[in-house]
Ligand binder design. Structure first.
Ligand code: NAP
Length: 401
């Protein structure tokens, strides 16, 4: 048992090359890794310290983290290409073992064994529907969810080796965006079947796609997905709710069966299935999901309360605050730091807000129609008083032009 305390960039130095797999033994001893903390360097996940201070420090940190993470993932990919696997393995899966039997069963239409990694809020939310459709669910998480799992009918493992030894056909990553890299690297992949399908549900997509392609051995299949709903918006029926997916690397033949069966879970629930590339997803999501979460959190800071005279618009705002406040701040940080388009959207949002503050969006001519020149009205509209164009003499000038 070896313990890894993930302290930012220092962590990868402690982790063996991830390419020791299949029917062979890594020259490295099989080892257990425990990720105690994957909190990224320099990032304190307290909302009060970050305090939605988008300018300056937070943004700089985000840029540094994003670059660091991508350089690290890129370097790893290059190294894994170079090193022919110096592996030999005693305890990895063999073609005649349980996994091969399961693959035959899969071909004949039996149910999936879905292994959820990260059994927090979202992992449990998905587990309920997967079970409902008759599939078997097992789970592994940093925290102890044995009791919750037992009640749901999920086999829970606190040990990653034991979890992988169960040989789930699908490993479904439901970890926080920020911890995904550390968690993936800590999994004893050599204990899984070589036909394993890796799926993620992260709310950003380019990052897990690149990570999977560079960390997972080529024998593993990769399906990147994002159910565009959560425990609140998907509490009832999932009919019509969008489910985005990208079949990043799916082997042909019977192996594609696991991916199809997994997608069928969401088809059967009535989701609107949207196949699109991870890059496209991130572009759309920055302009929609990230903005929604940002505005929800900003409004949350205002402490809005229901009044006896709520308009429909105001009710919508209250709903937005409620919808976004339930999600972890770590999730929000992930949306911001791991979507390359988020920073641009934030800048657009800031610019729009500034322009509203400066009243640039309205022309003096337009205001002449609505603000009479009486001093009483001007007193009631103090916002206009400091604007040069609000001076009556300028109005006369502009009228003459
Ligand atoms: P989250 O805060 O993003 O993630 C919580 C999960 O991450 C827990 O399972 C937790 O495990 C694990 N985790 C966090 N830090 C870890 C670490 N250092 N080491 C190991 N595991 C760690 O909240 P969430 O809402 O459950 O979201 C999970 C994933 O689903 C995210 O990637 C998110 O983008 C995606 N997603 C969420 C929604 C939503 O509406 N919430 C919708 C679509 C997709 P433990 O509990 O065992 O500590």
């Amino acid at each position: 048992m070896r313990e890894i305390v993930a302290m930012g960039g220092a962590m990868e130095a402690l982790i063996p090359a991830p390419d020791a797999h299949f029917g062979m033994i890594a020259s490295l001893q099989p080892m257990k890794t425990v990720v105690r903390s994957s909190e990224p360097p320099g990032l304190r996940l307290s909302e009060s310290t970050v305090a939605l201070d988008f300018c300056g420090g937070f943004r700089k940190q985000r840029r540094q983290m994003f670059l660091r993470s991508h350089v690290r993932v890129g370097r790893r990919g290059y190294e894994s290409q170079r090193s022919a696997v110096d592996v030999s393995a005693i305890d990895a899966a063999q073609p005649f073992d349980d996994g091969s039997k399961r693959s035959l069963e899969l071909q004949s239409g039996s149910k999936l064994r879905v292994g959820i990694v990260g059994f927090g809020n979202y992992g449990q939310f998905l587990a309920i529907r997967i079970l409902k459709q008759g599939h078997k669910v097992l789970a592994y998480s940093r925290g102890d969810y044995s009791e919750k799992a037992r009640k749901l009918g999920v086999a829970f493992f606190r040990d990653a080796d034991d979890f992988c030894e169960e040989h789930p056909e699908v490993v479904l990553l439901c970890t926080s965006i920020l911890s995904t890299e550390a968690v993936l690297l800590s999994l004893p992949l050599q204990r899984l079947e070589s036909s394993t399908l890796f799926v993620d549900v992260l709310s950003v997509k380019e990052f897990p796609k690149n990570l999977f392609l560079q960390v997972l051995p080529p024998e593993f299949d990769v399906l990147c997905t994002h159910p565009m709903f959560g425990p609140k918006s998907g509490k009832g029926s999932w009919a019509g709710l969008p489910f985005v997916y990208d079949k990043v690397r799916i082997s042909k033949g019977w192996r594609s069966r696991a991916a199809d069966m997994f997608l069928d879970i969401f088809v059967s629930e009535g989701c609107r299935m949207v196949e699109m590339s991870c890059a496209e997803h991130d572009r759309f999501a920055a302009g929609s999901q990230f903005i929604t979460h940002t505005v929800g959190r900003v409004l949350g800071k205002l402490g809005l309360e229901s009044t006896p005279i709520n308009t429909k618009g105001y009710e919508t705002l209250l709903g937005l605050v409620q919808n976004t406040s339930g999600d972890s701040f770590e999730l929000y940080c992930g949306l911001f730091m791991y979507n390359p388009n988020a920073i641009e959207e934030l800048e657009r949002l800031e610019a729009a807000f500034d322009s509203i503050k400066r009243m640039e969006a309205r022309t003096p001519e337009h205001l002449q129609m609505v603000v009479p020149e009486s001093s009483a009205t001007r007193t009631l509209c103090p916002l206009f008083l400091n604007q040069s164009w609000a001076s009556p003499s300028n109005w006369t000038k502009s009228l003459k032009q």
